[in-house]
Ligand binder design. Structure first.
Ligand code: NAD
Length: 481
């Protein structure tokens, strides 16, 4: 491991791990691929097991003093960090498009959301709670930081999700090490570099590496907490590995979000919204709409309106003006999404619009709607994490709710209806961590975010989410022995 001093911050400069306040390179390097062009992005470090040991030791050392820094000073450091991210947000957005593939307008929105998430989450206080007080005794509940947290981040929202982990960890007095996805290490490495200007060495560190890195962290005896966002399959491995040392875990996992469209909706307004919320980020959002249930009375016109709208969506390089859908983020995911297309072909399902788009060099898929696949088909039951969505009909309210809930996933769900009583009644029966009426996917850092069933364990964000980075400690104070 070599290290350099802190040079002038430049979003497009070289890429280093940040360990103990230093920018560190590694002997071995690797690179991501720009998914719109297939061309390699710059080289990034491949952290070794020794780098992990060094970072964990630095985080443990920093915790001793950082946990004693007054809460208001930690809040101020985070506000300064947010201001710096805001100053550089256009450059972060360009880098995000280059590494992740999302269109520039959405990359800008993600960089801006990073700023909002840091500001909002660092604004919460976590005061002591007085359970009881009288002349003789006082019972106080305090929230003390856990120690060293590791934030494992997926490739779909590298900026927003890293900011959503760094902030609650650091404001409550923990230190944190971020491990980005090997597919999208660039923005997270730069966030780590930027953070060095505002936090003492070892408080915020970012390590990029290969597929060994996540398991090294979850198995390491040093960290006290793993905050993981990614697939359900990996989340189970993380929990299993963390259980060996009883690390605390928060798991934000996959989804198979249903949306139910009632017969009284205004089709011209609602159909384009539903299609948009299924195809945003090329369907690579945990909370994207992944099953569409339309009431049979309006099925044909609603499907037609979604198809007409979908045909207007421009697919292409996210750096080009007017692109609505960028490529799928990586070749592994591209091949995975294509298995859904082969299954559709094999079982003779009806493509209402869309298809794979192999005449471009990147990993492009045209947004695709499948007309009434079987309820037990691969597309209706698994998460493709790409722009391909099943559209199905329903007739009876209880039956569609049972079908919507008939999955091990429980991340998000929604109902669209003009009659709000109907919508609310149905919404309350849906089994998911986030439920919407007449929208989907709209998130707010002031509200808890997490999944039911196999979509997650625990939740993040909101004032209550800060407690996920804390131990609870009850102090029983007798005023006289
Ligand atoms: P993934 O599970 O493959 O990887 C997520 C992260 O875990 C990456 O950083 C990866 O390097 C790391 N990792 C892989 N194997 C590991 C292991 N054994 N131990 C520790 N870390 C390991 O997920 P992905 O493909 O990057 O992301 C897509 C998935 O994430 C989808 O299922 C999506 O629904 C889900 N997701 C969930 C949320 C949420 O908040 N609930 C948000 C975004 C994405």
């Amino acid at each position: 491991m070599g290290s350099v001093g802190l040079p002038q911050f430049n979003v497009f400069g070289e890429y280093y791990n940040t360990i103990d306040g230093k920018l560190c390179s590694t002997q071995e390097t690797r690179h991501g691929i720009n998914p719109a062009t297939g061309k390699p992005n710059p080289e990034v470090p491949v952290a070794t097991r020794e780098d992990v040991d060094t970072a964990v030791a630095a985080a443990q050392k920093a915790f001793k003093s950082w946990s004693k820094v007054p809460y208001s000073e930690r809040q101020q450091a985070l506000r300064n960090f947010a201001d710096a991210l805001e100053k550089h947000q256009d450059d972060f957005a360009k880098l995000l498009t280059q590494e992740q593939g999302k269109p520039l307008m959405f990359a800008k929105a993600e960089a801006a959301s990073g700023v909002t998430w840091i500001r909002t989450l660092s604004g919460f206080e976590l005061p002591e709670e007085i359970v009881e007080e009288d002349d003789t005794k006082k019972i106080i509940v305090r929230h003390t930081p856990l120690g060293v947290a590791v934030g494992i981040v997926p490739w779909n929202f590298p900026i927003q999700l890293a900011c959503g982990k760094i902030t609650p960890a650091v404001v409550t007095g923990n230190t944190i090490i971020i491990k980005p996805s090997p597919f999208t290490p660039y923005c997270d490495l730069k966030l780590g570099e930027l953070a060095q200007q505002f936090f003492p060495p070892g408080v915020v560190q970012v390590l990029s590496g290969d597929d060994n890195l996540g398991p090294w962290f979850t198995a390491h005896p040093g960290p006290d907490k793993i905050s993981f966002t990614g697939s359900t399959v990996t989340g189970k491995k993380v929990m299993e590995s963390a259980s060996k040392t009883l690390k605390r875990v928060t798991l934000e996992l996959g989804g198979k979000d249903p949306t139910i469209v009632c017969p009284d909706v205004d089709i011209a307004t609602v159909a384009p919204k539903v299609a948009t919320l299924a195809f945003l980020n090329s369907g690579q959002i945990c909370l994207a709409i992944k099953r569409i249930y339309v009431h049979e009375d309006i099925y044909e016109p609603f499907l037609k309106a979604m198809v007409d709208f979908t045909k207007t969506l421009k697919v292409g390089d996210g750096a080009e003006e007017g692109t609505f859908l960028g490529p799928v983020q990586n070749s592994m995911q591209y091949e995975k999404v294509k298995t859904f297309f082969s299954d559709i072909e094999k079982s003779g399902q009806k493509v209402a619009v869309g298809g794979v788009n192999e005449d471009k060099p990147g990993y492009f898929i045209t947004p695709t709607l499948i007309d009434r696949p079987a309820e037990d088909s691969k597309l209706a039951t698994e998460e493709p994490f790409g722009p391909i969505v099943p559209v199905m009909t329903w007739k009876d309210e209880q039956e569609v709710i049972d079908r919507a809930n008939g999955t091990r996933m429980g991340l998000g769900a929604s109902v669209w209806a003009s009659d709000l009583d109907t919508a609310n009644r149905m919404a309350q029966k849906l089994e998911a961590g986030s439920v919407w009426v007449n929208t989907h996917l709209e998130l707010d850092p002031r509200a808890p975010f997490g999944g039911h069933k196999e979509s997650g364990v625990g939740f993040e964000w909101s004032a209550a989410g800060l407690k996920a980075y804390c131990n609870s400690q009850t102090l029983y104070l007798k005023k006289k022995a």
